[in-house]
Design a binder for this molecule. Structure first.
Ligand code: UDP
Ligand code: MG
Length: 169
């Protein structure tokens, strides 16, 4: 009996933990300058993901060098840091089931020339060096990026009123 209760509890708690995956999404300076902030946020809201952190800031080159450290040897790195620090951005944390992978699907392929119509990049931009948004590529990198851009206090735990209409449990 106790075993059954424990396994039911662990089933529900692991399902809930899966729903609490988090990703780091950022609207880049071109997305802000082009007035696409609301449109990009709307895609994530309408999908059913939960916003847990958001701010508006002009990031330093130092912060962007840390954010893109894995790409520091790439020939496009200096241009990337210059582009990303050229104006304000909207960093965000979104939460939900498979949000890292699905978030990347919503954004579309890195190069907008390859992004499917219907995706954010597929519909709203043309060149890889002006691709308007960022999304973490794995759960581990998402954790690192979230910690780089947000404090614990800036991440809000809350229950959306529609939660039971988005998830089965
Ligand atoms: N980028 C670029 N030229 C390239 C590849 C990437 O300017 O040939 C930029 C582009 O803005 C991209 C960012 O570098 O979004 C980070 O590259 P990554 O491969 O991590 O793509 P992402 O994860 O953003 O899809
Ligand atoms: Mg990347």
């Amino acid at each position: 009996m106790i075993c059954t209760l424990l396994s039911i509890f662990s089933f529900f708690s692991s399902a809930m933990a899966a729903n609490r995956e988090r990703t780091f999404i950022m609207i880049k300076p071109d997305g802000v300058q082009r007035g696409l902030v609301g449109k990009i946020i709307k895609k994530f809201e309408q999908k059913g993901f939960k916003l847990v952190a958001l701010k508006f800031m002009w990031p330093s080159e130092e912060l962007l060098q840390k954010h893109y450290a894995d790409l520091s040897s790439k020939p496009f790195f200096p241009g990337l840091v210059k582009y990303m620090s050229s104006g304000p951005v909207v960093p965000m944390v979104w939460e939900g089931l498979n949000v890292v992978k699905t978030g990347r699907v919503l954004l579309g392929a890195t190069n907008p020339a390859d992004s499917a119509p219907g995706t954010i990049r597929g519909d709203l931009c043309i060149q890889v060096g002006r691709n308007i948004c960022h999304g973490s590529d794995a759960v581990e990198s998402a954790k690192k990026e979230i910690d780089l851009w947000f404090t614990e206090k800036e991440q809000i735990s809350w229950t959306p009123a529609n939660e039971s209409w988005v998830y089965e449990d």
